[in-house]
Design a protein around this ligand. Structure first.
Ligand SMILES: NC(=O)c1ccc[n+]([C@@H]2O[C@H](COP(=O)([O-])OP(=O)(O)OC[C@H]3O[C@@H](n4cnc5c(N)ncnc54)[C@H](O)[C@@H]3O)[C@@H](O)[C@H]2O)c1
Length: 282
């Protein structure tokens, strides 16, 4: 198995921040890279306040909080992104991810493992023709990544068993529950969850119930979060991209057609919690 000491997380948004926090809390040195300086500052502050809350609740000591903060380096310089494992968590756009991996390949050595946190993009599609295909896999965390236990480890066409074993072991080491999945559109969770979001938006489109009612009844049946609250937490743009990618990858079935309501919200930059407005106001 490959030895992992240093981890580079690319993308300092919702997911990158949570992933960086959890790996740093578990003793790894972490480089957080983003092209947007503002996002790096936001990430630093959100990790700081998340750790502060944990220490106030006595889940970690003051010393553990400080040590975790010390282990994280924030950078907008791609040349700093040299590590044993890269976890990519940038926007859900194939070309952007491809370009980033190509740039990372030039500065990393032949041992580095490349993992993508994509929710829906084909992991084999991202890696198959590349030199690093055997060292490439999906490592799909859930939101909020510092708390949610499940990690889908995606085996792409060429991923080596060694790399799968390393990522499974790493996930366990940071307190997660890894499940190895095949590289299908939406993997398991995002495929099964599509109708949860899409049917809720259809009910809204038809004018048959409002968002509060839909969320309330789904929560009353035992779901932790109603579909609209959950979309706002995930991010409207990310959820909409995932719906489009899964729909297209499955040959555009009518039952999974993305919602016009969601398209309009993305275009209006109503992206949910991260922009202060989505289906709800924050
Ligand atoms: N939001 C979720 O609930 C969720 C859950 C699981 C997986 N994911 C996946 O994680 C990834 C990130 O999602 P998110 O919700 O954190 O998005 P986000 O919009 O919160 O953050 C994306 C970040 O990527 C940065 N970025 C864009 N281009 C970049 C580049 N070339 N190099 C470095 N940084 C770049 C942006 O500045 C931004 O900070 C996506 O692939 C998404 O599908 C999201």
């Amino acid at each position: 198995m490959n030895k992992i000491n240093k981890i580079c997380v690319c993308g300092a948004g919702t997911m990158g921040s949570g992933i960086a926090q959890v790996v740093a809390q578990n003793g790894f040195t972490v480089i957080v890279f983003d092209v947007n300086e503002e996002m790096l500052l936001k990430s630093k502050s959100s990790i700081g306040s998340s750790l502060q809350k944990l220490s106030e609740k006595a889940k970690i000591t003051e010393q553990q909080k400080e040590e975790t903060i010390q282990r994280i380096i924030f950078t907008s310089n791609i040349n700093d992104c040299v590590a044993d494992l890269i976890i990519e968590a940038v926007v859900e756009k194939t070309e952007i991810k491809q370009q980033l991996f190509d740039a990372l390949l030039l500065i990393n050595d032949d041992e580095t493992i490349f993992a993508t946190n994509t929710s829906s993009i084909s992991v084999s599609g991202l890696s198959n023709k590349k030199k690093y295909a055997e060292r490439f896999a999906g490592m799909h965390f859930f939101n909020p990544a510092q708390l949610m236990k499940l990690v889908e480890i995606i085996r792409a066409d060429k991923t080596s068993e060694e790399v799968i074993k390393t990522l499974v072991a790493l996930a366990k080491q940071i307190g997660k529950t890894p499940v190895v999945c095949n590289d299908l559109p939406g993997f398991i969770v995002n495929r099964v969850a599509r109708p949860y979001y899409l049917e809720a938006m259809k009910i809204l489109e038809e004018g048959n119930a409002d968002i509060e009612t839909v969320d309330a009844v789904m929560e009353a049946t035992g779901f932790k979060m109603g579909p609209f609250k959950l979309i706002d937490l995930i991010g409207m743009d990310i959820n909409y991209s995932v719906s489009n990618i899964v729909w297209e990858a499955l040959n555009k079935p009518e039952r999974l057609r993305p919602s016009i309501i969601q398209k309009n919200k993305v275009e209006a930059n109503e992206l949910g919690k991260k922009t202060g407005k989505g289906f709800y106001k924050y």
